[in-house]
Design a protein around this ligand. Structure first.
Ligand code: NI
Length: 439
């Protein structure tokens, strides 16, 4: 009777009273068995019900954790307090902890009781941005000029919540789970540091999460294939010959040639790159020149190059250099090109994306799951892990449904609807539980 009472309680009272509870529980199964030779029965709750139950109970604590992390943001590579806090929460949940992985990263491991030797990793990132927060939240950043404006406070909280829940059902996990709390995502270094310290050793699959303000809280987005772009750095140096501004024919004007290089690159993208395989090249910084009446002999251009397809990306350094060479040769300038490969494109694995989608559809109603039609040309170093194991990252909706404006990521007034934390935790924990059965 006690269990039955709990069931009625959740569905009728909790459902309507608790703002963090946007979903119904599946009904328990009635299992009959013999007890002392007599027919008896009991209600058996599914793993999904247990996970939701634990998530609801944890909700106040998770909100508290998220607000604590939000108030105490730390820049990339300096996540000392955040890492210590994460390690403390993991240890008190019975998760085995290793600190100082990838400089300021933390690894937590949870042993399952089964004998499936596939190891599932769950990655969340912990760093904040050099932005002065301009929200009026009572738990706004206490660090001058540093803000969790990309939602990594939410990611860390979801990672912790997932670990707290799964540690309580560990006896039913067929295999082992490794939680990766990564530093320095914003400078695209942390994943490399973690991998260099062995974070991906023996990992069979990896799941990730990123908040998304244009999806309402309570919903998630999954995407098959490319989720984010490869992001490479470009430096171009044009070397001309200085001269009097009144006598251009006696000089080689590096500023004018730099302008030709930029224009030709943008035109060449539209005429020589496959329009179905996007390439974005943006020059964001120009340095050059000495005085208004002196022709510049040296210009430096700095930019970013984004692409989605690995083959396209591989061809870009040579393609860019050829265009620059043609322009410079035409006007007698020399040049240098430094093309540095940054993070690759996140390519979500089909089977693991299906795992996320089906788990979330089972947990919530299917109209809350969006299959995203388009990737983003933003970058995400989750892709570094995908060079070692297949994986999938989903987008967690954090937008307020009743607000006309949800400020974008990296905005000083970026805010999240915290009810999304439970959606994230349930999606991650249930997907993790189902991973070994999903194949
Ligand atoms: Ni981010």
């Amino acid at each position: 009777m006690e269990i039955k009472y709990r069931f009625i309680h959740y569905n009728s009272i909790f459902l309507t009273m608790n703002p963090f509870f946007p979903f119904p529980f599946p009904p328990p199964q009635k299992v009959t068995f013999l007890y002392d030779g007599k027919q008896a029965c009991r209600l058996v709750f599914s793993m999904l019900t247990r996970i939701k139950d634990l998530a609801i109970k944890l909700a106040p604590r998770l909100i508290e954790i998220r607000r604590h992390i939000h108030s105490h943001p730390e820049l990339s590579g300096e996540e000392y307090q955040t890492a210590a806090f994460v390690a403390g929460v993991l240890s008190s949940s019975g998760v085995h902890v290793q600190e100082g992985i990838g400089k300021t990263g933390v690894i937590g491991e949870l042993e399952g009781t089964g004998n499936d030797n596939r190891l599932l990793a769950i990655r969340t990132d912990m760093d904040a941005l050099p932005i002065q927060e301009r929200t009026n939240l009572e738990y706004a950043s206490r660090q001058q000029g540093i803000m969790h404006a990309c939602g990594h406070d939410v990611h860390t909280t979801v990672g912790l919540g997932t670990a707290m829940i799964l540690s309580q059902v560990a006896e039913e996990l067929p295999g082992k789970i490794r939680f990766l709390f990564q530093p320095a995502e914003e400078i695209a270094q942390g994943a490399n540091w973690m991998v260099a310290d062995g974070a991906m050793e023996n990992v069979s699959a990896v799941l990730g999460i990123h908040v998304f303000p244009s999806i309402p809280a309570g919903s998630i987005g999954v995407r098959y294939g490319a989720l984010t772009a490869a992001a490479d750095d470009l430096e171009i140096i044009i070397i001309g010959e200085s001269g009097h501004g009144a006598r251009p024919h006696e000089a080689i004007d590096a500023i004018w040639i730099a302008a030709q290089v930029i224009t030709t690159l943008q035109q060449a993208i539209s005429r020589t790159q496959n329009p179905l395989r996007p390439v974005v090249l943006s020059i964001g910084k120009i340095n050059g020149g000495r005085a208004p009446n002196v022709i510049a002999d040296h210009v430096q251009l700095l930019g970013t190059v984004r692409s989605l397809h690995p083959e396209t990306r591989a061809s870009l350094p040579e393609w860019i250099e050829k265009i620059i060479a043609n322009v410079c040769n035409s006007y007698g300038a020399s040049y240098q090109v430094n093309y540095r490969q940054g993070v690759p494109s996140v390519q979500n694995d089909y089977v693991l994306t299906q795992l996320l989608q089906s788990s979330a559809e089972e947990a919530f109603s299917s109209d809350r799951i969006q299959v995203l039609p388009e990737p983003s040309l933003g970058a995400e170093d989750f892709s570094v892990y995908l060079e070692h194991a297949p994986g999938s990252m989903f987008r967690l909706g954090v937008g307020y449904k009743d607000r006309s404006i949800n400020h974008p990521l990296h905005h000083p007034q970026f805010e999240v609807d915290e009810s999304a934390i439970i959606t994230g935790v349930v999606t991650m924990a249930y997907s993790a539980y189902k991973y070994w059965a999903h194949g």
